[in-house]
Design a protein around this ligand. Sequence first.
Ligand code: SAH
Ligand code: TMP
Length: 392
Amino acid sequence: MSFGRMPIANGFLSPAEFGEEYFYDLSVAFCSDCGMVQLIEQVAPEKMFHENYAFFSSTSTRMATHFKEMADGVMNEYLGSVDPFVVEIGSNDGIMLQHFRQAGHRHLGIEPSLNVAQVAMEKGVQTICRFFDEELASEILAEHGPADAFLGANVMCHIPDIHSVIAGVKLLLKPQGVLIFEDPYLGDIVEKTSYDQIYDEHVFYFSLKSISHLVEQHGLEVIDVRSLGVHGGSMRYVIGHKGARVASESVAALRATEERLGLHRPETYAQLRSNIERSRDELMEQLRQLKAQGKRVVGYGATSKSTTVTNYCGITPDLVEFISDTTPIKQGKFSPGAHIPVRHYQEFEADYPDVALLFAWNHAAEIMAKEESFQGAGGRWLVYTPRVEVLG
Ligand code: SAH
Ligand code: TMP
């Protein structure tokens, strides 16, 4: 399926930069052999991850809690050796590794986006500003020795040369070491029609089947899985050297669920495509109706996901006045492609719109809880996943 010409999802820009904005063809395909769903055209990582990367993990308090729990879980279960060593790729502003640092564990973050890496370093989190691959894995091994745990959240699916990453992990892990990573789950995308998970940074849309197929080629195997509510539905995979650990029952259970969902059948994706097209048509119809009624609509959360929605659906600034966002680097800029102004959260608060289009729907619980006064003032939420509707 093609979503058409797309800009860089996190490429918020100023009017002076409109003329040279980069576009590529966002299209996604399913492989019926290995079960992988992935982008066809891939944007060069250096165009997305650099010294002006716009996504700071710690903007969400829910995610901060989530990663504290994950760090505690890893410390309790997998760091039993003397002087254990933890590596995390995509460590961003140190949201997770800071807990290993505080516990006094040897740790190393690999984070190619310099601005977010610097925030981590300021917290005392050991960080290398590079892209992880097999070559870097052998350098880390030579300098620090093997790892007890290799972690990655919302990063594994970002890396086009995924085989190099898995080969590096294989090299770096102790015999009892584990790779633990989580990413948005394909099953949730299919079930919720959450097509906005599809954008340049997300090269892969993983399932247990595609992950098993991938890691088994490198002498590794999936030993545990856990579905997570974060980011609109994610899956955490725990992977060990083949035969080193006993696989939990959750693995067989998820395999059966994926069969039931039809995740490995092409028809599932034909259906997904028509669901996506319907979702687009309904959202545009809703926005046009609101405009015809003279209602003010403002976007909430200038997420990377919103870039797919605004550009695929054709949402223009006359339908959505601006997008409110708490991230300083995005404020005062314009959204990629659609060029909707991104404004400080205070502008949302100062003059509530009639309707807020919830682009940050993956943080809905956190946001709705803190926006009681918007709702109290008669404001309503427009959501588009799992279906297009105005709430309240
Ligand atoms: N783990 C954080 C950040 C996810 S955003 C969280 O879940 O909130 C993805 C991060 O991965 C970005 O900070 C990006 O710079 C980083 N990244 C991208 N390619 C990478 C690679 N090859 N190796 C390590 N990190 C990478
Ligand atoms: P994410 O969906 O990729 O996590 O990005 C969330 C974006 O939404 C990020 O730019 C910050 C913004 N945001 C707000 O503006 N207000 C909020 O309350 C939350 C949770 C996020």
